[in-house]
Design a protein around this ligand. Structure first.
Ligand SMILES: NC(=O)C1=CN([C@@H]2O[C@H](COP(=O)(O)OP(=O)(O)OC[C@H]3O[C@@H](n4cnc5c(N)ncnc54)[C@H](O)[C@@H]3O)[C@@H](O)[C@H]2O)C=CC1
Ligand SMILES: O=C(CO)COP(=O)(O)O
Length: 348
């Protein structure tokens, strides 16, 4: 099997020192790639570097010698063969702007953020292209909680990029015995799926918080995937992507996992907390909150297909609707066909 070094990847930069950036940096380092984990905050870069562990976002995992830390965009970018952006979506533009001079040229980028920019409805790839200029971008996404990946528990993800050579390079860079990477040409669909599943995960958490049982949660997941796939199709994504690792796979893990921040936000709200109370208690990011907002912002509304679950999540999070009322409103909707419009006109 071709190794990352054989494929010419010897030095990597991971932009974003959260739990997922750290887990991906550890993954690259374990494939014998000299890796730098870049932090937006110098004191945090120093703290991680001194402790040889990301005490704040991924405690308990010791850094190997080939994993370095930095808060300097220029030093961190020097001579790198691979760049990975893992910044919470609302900060991608401002962080990318700090790399504008350091990442000149057309070096391709991997993005592993899962969200949508609130005011613009842009995906992380679109934000990166806008700030750093037109270039090849590969989306790395799928069911992959950092806490498990960092402990080398088995996981599978997809590397989505129209440029299939780059997708294969990214596959080689990250692939390993406990991290199996597939490729897909539908990077856009994979990126949309990764963002939208977080909205459904908040709804699943609400279900847990209200104690609605397993039938309700299964129904929610199944209707959730139909809803986000329909939206993706309307936006030009390949509907099949939503039934693969980036969609169904990640939806299941996020809706079921004790690690999921999005599910946890929903659960706390289902138990009676307000969104503000929940966010005030969190140091980590729950992207689904902002993705829900983006879905109902001016840039998305234009072609918003029927998204009943997302609509109710929006009403609960941002309009103070009682979650029990939201569940009743979902159940009282006019009965419809199960897959109406989803696969119409597609080849068998
Ligand atoms: N944690 C996970 O298991 C996974 C996370 N992701 C995605 O990765 C992206 C990053 O999330 P996590 O690594 O989980 O982050 P996290 O929730 O573990 O940590 C928060 C991150 O936000 C950064 N941050 C806070 N304020 C900032 C600012 N003003 N400017 C720039 N950065 C700031 C922090 O430095 C830190 O890197 C998100 O889009 C998330 O959806 C994707 C797959 C798995
Ligand atoms: O995307 C994830 C796992 O694949 C992480 O989900 P949360 O952000 O909800 O923790």
């Amino acid at each position: 099997m071709t190794t990352a070094n054989d494929a010419g990847i010897r030095k990597a930069l991971v932009i974003g020192d959260g739990s997922w950036g750290t887990a991906l940096a550890l993954r690259l380092a374990s494939n014998s790639i000299e890796t730098t984990l870049w932090s937006a905050f110098p004191e945090q870069a120093k703290r991680i570097g001194d402790a040889r562990e990301n005490v704040k976002f991924l405690p308990g995992i010791r850094f190997p010698d080939n994993l370095h830390t930095s808060a300097d965009p220029f030093g961190a970018s020097e001579g790198v063969d691979l760049v990975v952006s893992v910044v919470p979506t609302q900060y991608v533009a401002q962080v990318a702007a700090r790399f504008e001079d350091a990442l000149r040229g057309d070096l391709p980028i991997v993005t592993a953020s899962k969200g949508l920019e609130i005011d613009t409805f842009r995906t992380p790839s679109q934000i990166l292209r806008r700030v750093l200029g037109e270039r090849t971008i590969c989306v790395l996404t799928g069911p992959s909680h950092a806490e498990e990946v960092a402990r080398d528990l088995p996981a599978s993800v997809v590397a989505g990029c129209e440029d299939e050579d780059f997708a294969r390079l990214v596959q080689t860079a990250f692939n390993g015995e406990t991290f199996r990477v597939y490729t897909t040409p539908d990077g856009y669909g994979a990126e949309l799926a990764g963002a939208l599943k977080n909205v459904i995960a908040i709804a699943a958490g609400i279900c847990d918080g209200l104690g609605l049982g397993d039938n309700a949660k299964s129904a929610l997941l199944t209707r959730g995937i139909v809803e986000i796939a329909r939206f993706g199709r309307a936006r030009g994504a390949d509907v099949r992507t939503f039934f693969g690792l980036a969609g169904l796979g990640d939806l299941v893990t996020t809706c079921m996992s004790q690690h999921s921040r999005n599910r946890a936000v929903g659960e706390a709200i289902g138990r009676g907390k307000t969104l503000q109370q929940v966010l005030d208690e969190m140091s980590m990011v729950a992207e689904g909150v902002w993705t829900t907002k983006a879905l109902f912002g001016p840039e998305a509304n234009e072609d918003l297909v029927s998204m009943p679950i997302a609509e109710q999540v929006h009403a609960v999070l941002f309009e103070g609707k009682d979650p029990r009322e939201a569940v009743l409103d979902l159940m009282r909707r006019e009965p419809t066909g199960e897959m109406d419009g989803l696969f119409e006109g597609l080849d068998a």
